[in-house]
Ligand binder design. Structure first.
Ligand code: TYD
Length: 219
């Protein structure tokens, strides 16, 4: 049976502006019970896996190891946080989810997409977003927006890698147009936020039973 809550995920290459959009959406959704997550991370075990994944000293990490670690972190997050929240009728706003694995480890690293689909199915137990907002931006603009922050292990891969990830995301959006909506993230935040809300609003109407209390928890 489909859970009563609403599940929205945010996706895009590094520097696409997910964090700013998330802030805006959390303010917009203030009257609802919202659980906000980020990947990799969001539970104590997943945060430990995150540290392994993003550590620039782990140069020897194989793409398959990487994929399974992202999967393991997600598995824990779904079971501990996401599924219970959806069962409770809450809104889950996820900063990255299963599509990141297909885009980065599949299109970016070149791992077999069927293997990654199977891994995603295993790790999510079939919990899938109702809506995925793909913030599309050029890798050059993404790099510029990231500014002078010290790059993590994935960000160190450079423009060509980000370009492959972007192409992958856009391909996935064409394959699942009902769920994955592409937003031009090169615009200013207000415009991107308005476009995002346009997609979220009908979903909230559709699922009238989402809890409307003001208590909000954020991870
Ligand atoms: P993070 O600092 O959270 O970056 P961002 O703000 O862009 O989300 O680092 C997460 C990195 O992990 C990011 O480069 C994307 C990558 N990633 C994968 O390669 N596969 C995955 O399944 C996930 C969830 C993230």
């Amino acid at each position: 049976m489909k859970e009563p809550g609403v599940f929205v995920s945010l996706e895009g290459i590094d520097g696409c502006g997910k964090s700013s959009l998330k802030e805006g959406l959390l303010a917009y959704l203030g009257q609802y019970q919202v659980i906000s997550t980020r990947e990799p991370g969001g539970t104590s075990i997943s945060e430990k896996i995150r540290a392994l994944l993003l550590d620039i000293n782990n140069e020897a990490m194989l793409p398959r190891t990487e994929a399974m670690l992202y999967g393991a972190a997600r598995c824990q997050l779904v079971d501990e946080i996401i599924r219970p929240a959806l069962v409770d009728g809450k809104i889950v706003l996820a900063d990255r989810y299963m599509d990141s694995t297909l885009a980065y480890q599949g299109y970016g690293r070149g791992l077999d997409l069927d293997f990654l689909q199977a891994l995603n199915a295993l790790c999510t137990g079939g919990v899938k977003p109702d809506l995925t907002l793909l913030l599309d931006i050029s890798p050059e603009e993404g790099l510029r927006r990231r500014g002078k922050n010290i790059p993590d292990r994935l960000e160190k891969e450079g423009i060509d890698f980000q370009q492959k990830v972007r192409v992958g995301y856009l391909h996935m959006a064409r394959q699942e147009p009902q769920r994955i909506k592409v937003l031009d993230a090169g615009r200013n935040l207000d415009e991107v936020l308005a476009a995002a809300i346009n997609y979220i609003e009908p979903l909230l109407m559709l699922k009238q039973n989402v809890s409307r209390e003001t208590m909000r928890s954020s991870l």
